[in-house]
Design a binder for this molecule. Sequence first.
Ligand SMILES: NC(=O)c1ccc[n+]([C@@H]2O[C@H](COP(=O)([O-])OP(=O)(O)OC[C@H]3O[C@@H](n4cnc5c(N)ncnc54)[C@H](O)[C@@H]3O)[C@@H](O)[C@H]2O)c1
Length: 392
Amino acid sequence: MEGDRHVKRIRWAVVGCGMLAQKQHIPNVAKSERMTLQVCCDLSDEALRLCRDEFGAREVVTDYRKAVARPDVDAICLATTEKLRLPVIEAAAEAGKPVYCEKPLARTLEEMYRIRDVVQRAGIPFCVGHNRRSAPAMLEAHALFRAHMENPKPCPWRFDREGAARPRLAEDGRAAISVRINDDWHSWKAWVFDKQQAPHGPMLFEMTHFTDICNWFLAAEPVEVTAIEQGMLNHGVLVRYGTGELASLLMCGNGTFGYPKELYEAFGNGGAVVVDHMLEIRTAGLEGAPAVKTFPMLHDRHPAIGTEGGLAGWLKKKQAACREAAAASDPSRIFTAEPDKGHAHALERFADQIEGRGPVVCGVEDAVTATRVAFAAIRSAAERRTIPLSEV
Ligand SMILES: NC(=O)c1ccc[n+]([C@@H]2O[C@H](COP(=O)([O-])OP(=O)(O)OC[C@H]3O[C@@H](n4cnc5c(N)ncnc54)[C@H](O)[C@@H]3O)[C@@H](O)[C@H]2O)c1
């Protein structure tokens, strides 16, 4: 019966109830019809008070071991910073409970491989918070791009100057993806600069989002990485894949929140699929695909402005919000009409996986590969040489 689909709610313990958990996982669990916010665990009394009073957590605790072991907890959402990963995952594995683990998967390669072993041995459902894979715009762009790569339809207007005389090239059709990240480091919080909590900075904790997207779009095996960094804020990374694909990532921390953060451009087989800030997809050379498709925004405070939606609509809304922020001397007012980056969908899709009715969302193997590419980039930048993936 349709009404019986989710009879048994998944009771979550959220371990680490800081900024991200309060903005995403805790409210997303609390409002889901198939999940219960059973336990919140944090070291901060203030965070726990908020979890109980604002979000309706049934219980609050300070010891993650107690949270994980409770018989009324079915699954763990681990959203502490990267300094705490393996011990919580070990406890969950021992209890046979699924884990949704924030990125990065681990702070060191050694810990990452131990986590992989623990998860594989226990056979628990496991998902890493590479949430962009679950963003509606990304899912659709990925489906369009993979269909085009695996089963391209001839493009009737492709300009083919030499025709039959064209030379045969081994790399004909092979895909490449470019990822451009515009961020503003003045918005970052203190732990980002703390070598204890985040020894590799954004090259690890931000980069794994984007290396994961590259691996996922290209569906190929990364084999070597070349990277340059200028301190913490500017990074350029090139990834070569074994079957001829290429990824290029540019991350700049000296950018602005007044312009979209993320641009993904994937090309191959004479076609292009572009995702602008998860607000709109543009395509060319893909027979039957829409040229432009826009996606709904979240928390739109300016519904009467930029009604055309997509990138153009978002820019108008953002400019209005920035003017308000300046007039009120309150920079927090710049936030409006956020792209749907897939956080809530990632949890819902992981619930499907746990219940055996959906695919693996971002499992430990894929997360390990994305994290290895990031570690190879870190080593490449430090040692100023190309790093084969086999070295990490
Ligand atoms: N997927 C995304 O889009 C996204 C966005 C932002 C942050 N993140 C990731 O989420 C994680 C958390 O980031 P944040 O910005 O929320 O950090 P934060 O510092 O705001 O929150 C971390 C929380 O963990 C708590 N904590 C620390 N040790 C603990 C322990 N032993 N037991 C229980 N709680 C403990 C802290 O008290 C704090 O409240 C990081 O790994 C970060 O990389 C992901």
